[in-house]
Design a binder for this molecule. Sequence first.
Ligand code: XLS
Ligand code: NI
Ligand code: NI
Length: 435
Amino acid sequence: MEYFPEIQKIRYEGPKTKNPFAFRHYNPDEVVEGKTMREHLRFAAPYWHCMRNELADPFGQGTALMPWDDGTTSVDNALKRVDVFFEFLDKTGIDFYCFHDRDIAPELNDLAASNAALEKVVAKLGEAQKATGKKLLWGTACLFTHPRYAQGAGTSPYAEVFAYAAAQVKAAIDATHVLGGEGYTFWGGREGYATLLNTDMKRELDHLARLLHMAVDYKKAIGFEGQFYIEPKPREPTTHQYDSDAAACLNFLREYGLLEHFKLNIETNHATLAGHSMRHELTVAANANALGSIDANRGDLLLGWDTDQFPTDLYGTVDVMLIVLGMGGFTTGGLNFDAKRRRESHEPEDLFHAHIGGMDAFARGLKIAAAIRADGRFEAFVRKRYRSFDSGLGAKIEKGEVGLKELSEAALAGGEPKIPSGRQEMLENLLNDFL
Ligand code: XLS
Ligand code: NI
Ligand code: NI
């Protein structure tokens, strides 16, 4: 049974092709900086957006046409989606995928039934992985959709809800482990608050850290070697989320002794919602040696909402790839298109156009970033900008060999410093030369 019969395997045809179902820039086996594009980019598709997103918005119902889906919560329906999804992965040439427990299998009347359904679908996913060579980038538990989590999961004021969340995390880690997942993500959609009038923030944070420590212990107990990630996001659905940005996450992990066990999964649209550029968030994470993986999407500058659009902006993909190449590439992580089609793009073929565009934009981002690095002018400029710290007084400052007293003497003797231009406009022009 073929679910996308009109669509053939997407192939690289080069920048001149007029075929919308072809790659113009993503050429999986082309080598850039000593590795193939496929090895650098490690594209992943999110099960939730590809298979489960009906493309509803707060004002209207779903529009997505999913002729394979009977709309029920049956396990058979869930099993069928696996076939559809793997055909999609095969035809797009995407090597990895990500899921929430509740995307792949239905939440049924009680936890035991939900766990049993999950196990059935996981078994089928395992077979599909084996048959196709596709791999799981990361799994996660959906701790935000069900009404029981309306007031939080790991930060719920109610111990029974915390226990339920822990049970879901356990089952989702088991599923990820069985499927050989390279990572496991915690995104705390409800881990925050709507008002401080009813919230004990300290206690909630302590509880969230407890849940994560339990997950670390469990991971060790079962021998799961995948990387744990936290995915920062400042708000939405809550008014304030505790994991609001990369810096807040790093501080939380450090405070609770969790930093050695976690890296960050940074999402573009979350960065911009937090009032940062993606490059800022990636730099903060990479500086702490904690940049693990990326949810590659983008927001809309005109909307203050997590629109999860596909990443087609070249400035954005160049920024991302500069940081990824700069840290020596992904290890367990990859580029997960946590992105959905617009509500108007409701036909199955739009899924393909969307991912082709994202993959091509990242292929160009990779090539442009590699060219920028080979050219070396940006690096040289930045190095030169700080060169007064390479020797003399600056080197002494960096080494901690001088204090306020010595520097006061130096400043009194040196007079008013003359500083060179930061050359922002020249550098922006230089960046455009590479695009
Ligand atoms: C929502 C998040 C979510 C995570 C996984 O905004 O991006 O999709 O990636 O739970
Ligand atoms: Ni995400
Ligand atoms: Ni998101």
